[in-house]
Design a binder for this molecule. Structure first.
Ligand code: ATP
Length: 201
């Protein structure tokens, strides 16, 4: 993915990306102080916010192959299971039930499969949202500080799952996190942001 001459102004804030190359199939971390524009960048890169100027070359990826995990996951008024398979439902793909159970089991949510999703704890919601992002095998996954609120064990589990995905069919990950987060250790490249710009690495 290549981002060139991109600009996005929201209120007093201005995001400016002259030239940024995100090597495909790798795990990229984005770190920087509060308010430096990480979320605005991610939303713009995901196509949720329209840039005022500039271009994003997804190198052949379509919007259906891109997903974003938000800091506060949006869940629908239905069961854990229905929320999980939603990306498949809208793509008219029949879920592989054994695979669904395997995924839920892996994060310890199998017992809550039929439970109302909105009754899950915040960490459980993030686990569900993570599985929902993985279930349709996207090629580009953007993660907005989702992993920062997890307990160390869950964070380790997510890292393990990310590496498992990378072994099978490499995905491009853009993971916004904090400077000292453990997840940085599995990143191929860390991109530093400050005041709406990327620092040269
Ligand atoms: N809808 C909006 N209206 C006005 N200003 C906004 C809006 N959205 C974001 N901003 C401003 O843009 C700047 C960048 O915000 P952003 O959420 O991208 O920061 P961040 O790096 O993700 O911060 P944090 O680490 O605190 O999550 C902030 O100063 C914020 O106040």
């Amino acid at each position: 993915m290549r981002i060139t001459d991109l600009e996005k102004t929201i209120g007093k804030f201005c995001l400016k990306v002259d030239d940024l190359y995100i090597e495909p199939g790798k795990i990229h971390g984005i770190v920087g102080p509060n308010g430096c524009g990480k979320t605005v960048f991610l939303k713009t890169a995901a196509g949720i916010l329209k840039p005022d100027k500039g271009s994003i070359d997804y190198e052949g990826l379509t919007s259906r192959e891109i997903t974003m995990m938000f800091q506060r996951p949006y869940l629908m008024d239905t069961s854990v299971y229905q929320n999980l398979i939603y990306p498949l439902t809208i793509r008219k793909i029949k879920p592989d039930e054994a695979e669904v159970d395997r995924m839920l089991e892996k994060v310890g949510l199998l017992g809550q499969k039929k439970q109302y999703a909105k009754s899950l704890s915040s960490g459980e919601r993030q686990k569900l949202s993570f599985l929902r992002a993985l279930i349709f095998h996207p090629k580009l996954i953007m993660v907005d500080e989702t992993l920062s609120n997890l307990d160390p064990e869950s964070e380790e589990l997510f890292e393990e799952m990310i590496l498992e995905v990378q072994k099978k069919e490499p995905v491009t990950w853009l993971i916004v996190n904090h400077q000292l987060d453990h997840i940085n250790q599995i990143c191929y490249q860390i991109h530093h942001m400050e005041k709406g710009r990327f620092l040269k690495s």
